[in-house]
Design a protein around this ligand. Structure first.
Ligand code: MF3
Ligand code: CO
Length: 250
């Protein structure tokens, strides 16, 4: 994994463009998430939206991943593989994780959608997960330390009784999808690296109603909660500045 990089003004402009296009893909694909659609079709529509924007899907063939969009339903945490015979149904919570490359620069973002009649428990999980990202990025500014973000995300969720996934983390991003540093969503003992203006980071809490433990399925990718509880995911690519962070993929 490449080291922590500080992006130039030109690179930041390219990261902004990639992020804006990814936000648009997410918004358009969200409209397709409804009962009866297959996860396969969501992937195909997502891939077409990415390509129409003049971008390349970054997940496709990444370490052998076979699709452009990760579709993870209910107890699936992340990396759900789209399938022709897997259909979205009323009451599901559906996490869509999408990455693209535009003019050589990457953006990565995830959202969890509630489909139709969803339990209050599930809606609360989705909202806590999303809010934990915003709690985290309150600390995402030059002069703070990386784990200030991790601690804010982690404590926000733990205090509310949720399980934080520890086996998967956020990451630096730029010309590569995964750059240093790794960004845990769980409280840390050490302070982590000093944040500097020009760093671009993908911050992505993965939060469970039950315990934070996860397992990987036989397909080698799909990550599910060990206790079968529901899981949500929220991710954006952000830019560290001397002031407020800029959310590039929203
Ligand atoms: N947002 C995920 C990540 O950070 C997506 C990777 S899925 C993969 O790592 F298929 F590309 F591996
Ligand atoms: Co990511």
């Amino acid at each position: 994994m490449p080291g922590v990089t500080i992006k130039s003004h030109r690179e930041i402009e390219l990261m902004r463009e990639a992020g804006k296009l990814l936000a648009e893909v997410h918004n358009r694909l969200a409209e397709e998430v409804s009962p009866g659609i297959s996860t396969w079709d969501l992937d195909k529509i997502g891939e077409e939206l990415i390509r129409k924007s003049g971008s390349v899907p970054s997940f496709l063939n990444y370490e052998g991943y076979p699709a452009s969009v990760c579709v993870s339903i209910n107890d699936e945490v992340v990396h759900g593989i789209p399938k022709k015979d897997r259909f979205i149904k009323d009451g599901d919570i559906v996490s869509l994780d999408i990455g693209l490359i535009h003019n050589g620069y990457q953006s990565d973002a995830a959202r969890t959608h509630a489909v139709g009649n969803v339990s209050k428990e599930a809606l609360d999980l989705i909202e806590v997960t999303r809010q934990s990202f915003f709690e985290g990025i309150k600390f995402a500014k030059a002069g703070n330390h990386l784990h200030d973000i991790s601690n804010a995300i982690g404590y926000y969720c733990i205090e509310r009784g949720y399980g934080v996934v520890r086996d998967l983390v956020g990451h630096g991003i730029g010309q590569e999808m995964h750059e240093s540093p790794q960004i845990p969503n769980y409280p840390q003992k050490r302070k982590g690296i000093l944040l500097m203006a020009g760093m671009t980071l993908a911050i992505e809490p993965m939060i469970n109603i039950g315990r934070g433990d996860v397992q990987f399925s036989d397909d080698g990718w799909t990550c599910t909660t060990e206790d079968g509880s529901l899981s949500a995911h929220y991710e954006n690519t952000i830019l560290i500045t001397d002031g407020e962070p800029e959310i590039l993929s929203l």
